[in-house]
Structures are given as structure tokens and as C-alpha cells.
Design a protein around this ligand. Structure first.
Ligand SMILES: Cc1ncc(COP(=O)(O)O)c(C=O)c1O
Length: 410
């Protein structure tokens, strides 16, 4: 007879409980349960990749062979690495002497790998990574996954180098910047980025510069890569993505320039996780990068029109007495932070607002809390994305948003 045994069900590691929960899947489920919802939440654009991408992929498939079907080079196929090096030198003015390039499955993966490569977890003192507020949530999650501590620094939407300096401890390993910024849409001025980069050099820290939105600049402030600062190669990590500008979020294509000293550690990470970047998508990446900023320009111009539409709609609502305002000049990416003011706003959290707007008004936006902005002295904050909606749907979504906000504040 079989003896009954005591069953101990295995579960996930406890340390994962300390990692932020991803907000996008939660909101996506809410939207799925509320048919007809218009989304100002999605961090994507609505255009498809250049046609040359499909042509290049079809040609690569037709050619087939070991170049496509077998494992390839760990850092990326040499032709793509050459294309990336030329782009980084010409467009970002990076001096690649002393840097190494690595292709990843999206720039989130690149960030994760870098933090894994530089953070010392317990049993020693955990490393710290400084993130100016508001942060991009996946950065915090990656830092936590590496067993390191995210140190969140307030100081306005544009990071303040002095406040960042004050947050440095002997355990700090890196400072992260995101420009153009998710969630604020702010383009961080070059002198501020340069000051942060020099601060990193002075304290022996890495500057991790997330430039996923590098082509998305709609105002006077140009995009500037910290890695172009002379002498910065030994401590600067530049992260880039094809997800946004080329409408290739689903293709999972990113790349980074890293100090050469990090390469042996990154080799271990890349070899364990990816072995080599998917080879078919590397053909797609070459075609997209060859199409380049000239291909993106008319699409970005269309987006600039929608940005203006959003700003005009906020101004109209303000003029009619709705206590809303845009936090900071959203001159980049396709985001803006909307702050609710007034006495009634004080009792609402951004998270509550986010959920009620979907359920009661069929419009989705992300809460400020998702980016570390707690509704405190000011009222709650929402991140609005104008990347995915055409002009007519954007108008409808903004109308629902402002009617919803008005009702919730009443
Ligand atoms: C600042 C920032 N970095 C990286 C990513 C992710 O890029 P990828 O799709 O290349 O992983 C996003 C996506 O929203 C982002 O906002």
C-alpha cells in the first residue's frame, strides 16, 4: 500500500516579494475587462516598421543557411555591430574608443544585464543605484532583481546634480538618467547630463543613460548623449532601442555601448540568457537603422501635432476651471504628466484615479505612483501617452479623461 506523504508545495523565492509588481499587465487586464476603453497608457507608437524591414527579413529567410539558423556571435552579428557603431558615432557623437557594443532583446534587457554586472548583492552590503524621481518602473525592478537598492532622489522633473551628489554613499554603483524622459516627456538639458556624468567620473560610478526616446524631441532642447562627453567612455553606459522610433516594440531589439571593462561580465550574462541575439531580427535591425532618422521624421512630426493637441486640450480645460496642469515641459518622448490640483484632488491617489477612470469613464492612463510619484503635497498625477491614438481617438480619449476627472473631483 502506498503511504501518504506530507506535501510541501514549492513557491517562488521570498526575495521576489520585494520587487515592484509590474503595473502594465494589471492595467491591461482592467482595460480588457472594460470593452471600448481608449488608452492613453500605452508606451508605444502606432506606426509599423519601415517596409525595408519586411524585405530584409524575407531575403534572410529565403537565403536561410547556417548564418540564420545556427547560434551567432554573442555580442551580435558583425554587420549589425558595424551599423550600430556608425550610427552611434554619427548620430550620438559617441567616441567608441574604450567602449564595447552589445545587441540585446530590447533595451530593458540591456539595463537588466548592466545592473546585474555592476551590483553586489548580499551577503555583503547591497549596492545602491541612484534613480531620479520620477523613475521608469522597470529600472527599479531590475535594480531590485539584482539584489541592489534603488535610491530614489527627488528634485523636480529635471534631475538636480547636487541632490544626486548628496545621495552618493560608499555603496553607490551607478546613477541612471532617462532622456527624453518616461514618464515626464522632459528632455534633460545637456549641461545637466554632463554634470551628472562628471559626478559619476568623480565618484567612480557608472552613468547609465537610457536613450530609448532619443529621436523623440519636439521642442527646442536637443537630445544629447552623455557618452559623447570626452573621457566618458570608461564609465558611461548608453542604452538604445528600436522599439519606439521604428515601431518595433514587439521585435525586441535594443543595443548598448558599455565601458570595455564591463564586457567580460556582460559576456557571462548574455551567454547564459540569450547565447546570441536572435539572428533574424538582427537583419530587421540593420534595415531599420539604414532607414534611419529620415524615415522617422514625418512620423515624429505627426506625433508633435498630437502633443500640441494634448497641450491645447489641457489649456482649454484649465480656462474652463478644471484644476489640472501639465508638470514640466513635455518636449520629448510621447508622454506628459498631468497633475490634479484643488482641495478634492488631495483625497484621491493616482492609483485610485487610474482604476476609476477605466471602470467608470473607459479611458486608461498610468498613475504617478507607477513612477514613484506619490500623491503628497500636490494632488495625484497621471502619465498620459499620446503615442498610440490618432487625432480623432486622442480627442475622444482626452474628452473622456477630463469629463472623468471632473466627475471624480466633484
Ligand atoms: C525609458 C525606457 N527604457 C526602455 C524601455 C523599453 O525598451 P525596449 O522595448 O527596447 O526594451 C522603455 C519602454 O517603455 C522605456 O520607457
Amino acid at each position: 500500500m502506498i503511504q501518504p506523504i506530507a506535501v510541501h508545495t514549492p513557491g517562488p523565492a521570498r526575495r521576489l516579494q520585494a520587487v515592484l509588481s509590474p503595473v502594465i499587465p494589471e492595467l491591461a487586464a482592467l482595460v480588457r475587462d472594460t470593452p471600448g476603453t481608449l488608452s492613453l497608457a500605452q508606451g508605444m507608437v502606432d506606426w509599423d516598421p519601415p517596409e525595408s524591414v519586411a524585405v530584409a527579413v524575407a531575403a534572410a529567410l529565403a537565403a536561410g543557411g547556417p548564418e540564420l539558423h545556427r547560434y551567432g556571435a554573442l555580442q551580435g552579428d558583425p554587420q549589425l555591430l558595424e551599423t550600430i557603431a556608425a550610427k552611434l558615432a554619427a548620430h550620438n557623437r559617441l567616441e567608441l574608443e574604450g567602449s564595447a557594443l552589445l545587441v540585446t532583446a530590447g533595451s530593458n534587457m540591456a539595463f537588466h544585464a548592466v545592473v546585474q554586472a555592476i551590483a553586489e548583492g548580499p551577503p555583503g552590503e547591497p549596492s545602491e543605484v541612484i534613480l531620479p524621481l520620477p523613475y521608469y518602473f522597470n529600472h527599479v525592478m531590475a535594480v531590485q532583481l539584482a539584489g541592489a537598492v534603488p535610491v530614489l532622489v527627488e528634485g523636480g522633473v529635471i534631475p538636480d546634480p547636487e541632490r544626486l551628489a548628496a545621495a552618493i554613499t560608499p555603496r553607490t554603483r551607478a546613477i541612471v538618467t532617462v532622456s527624453p524622459n518616461n514618464p515626464s516627456g522632459v528632455v534633460i538639458p545637456a549641461p545637466v547630463l554632463a554634470a551628472i556624468n562628471r559626478l559619476c567620473a568623480l565618484h567612480g560610478l557608472f552613468h547609465i543613460s537610457d536613450e530609448a526616446y532619443e529621436l523623440f524631441v519636439h521642442g527646442r532642447e536637443p537630445h544629447w548623449s552623455a557618452g559623447s562627453l570626452p573621457g566618458s567612455a570608461a564609465h558611461t553606459v548608453s542604452l538604445h532601442s528600436l522599439s519606439k522610433a521604428y515601431g518595433m516594440a514587439g521585435w525586441r531589439l535594443g543595443y548598448m555601448a558599455v565601458p570595455a571593462a564591463l564586457l567580460p561580465a556582460l559576456h557571462k550574462l548574455q551567454d547564459t540568457v540569450l547565447i546570441c541575439p536572435p539572428r533574424l531580427t538582427q537583419h530587421a535591425a540593420r534595415a531599420a537603422l539604414a532607414a534611419g532618422p529620415a524615415w522617422c521624421a514625418p512620423r515624429l512630426a505627426g506625433l508633435a501635432g498630437r502633443r500640441q493637441q494634448l497641450l491645447d486640450a489641457v489649456a482649454t480645460e484649465q480656462a474652463q476651471g478644471l484644476p489640472v496642469r501639465v508638470l514640466a515641459e513635455p518636449d520629448g518622448a510621447f508622454y506628459a504628466l498631468l497633475q490634479l490640483d484643488g482641495a478634492a484632488a488631495g483625497s484621491l491617489s493616482g492609483d485610485t484615479l487610474m482604476r476609476r477612470l477605466v471602470r467608470e469613464h473607459r479611458v486608461a492612463a498610468l498613475s504617478g505612483e507607477s513612477f514613484g510619484l506619490e500623491a503628497g503635497c500636490g494632488g495625484p498625477v497621471l502619465r498620459l501617452s499620446y503615442g498610440m491614438l490618432g487625432a480623432a481617438d486622442l480627442a475622444k480619449a482626452l474628452d473622456r479623461l477630463f469629463r472623468g476627472v471632473g466627475a471624480l473631483l466633484a
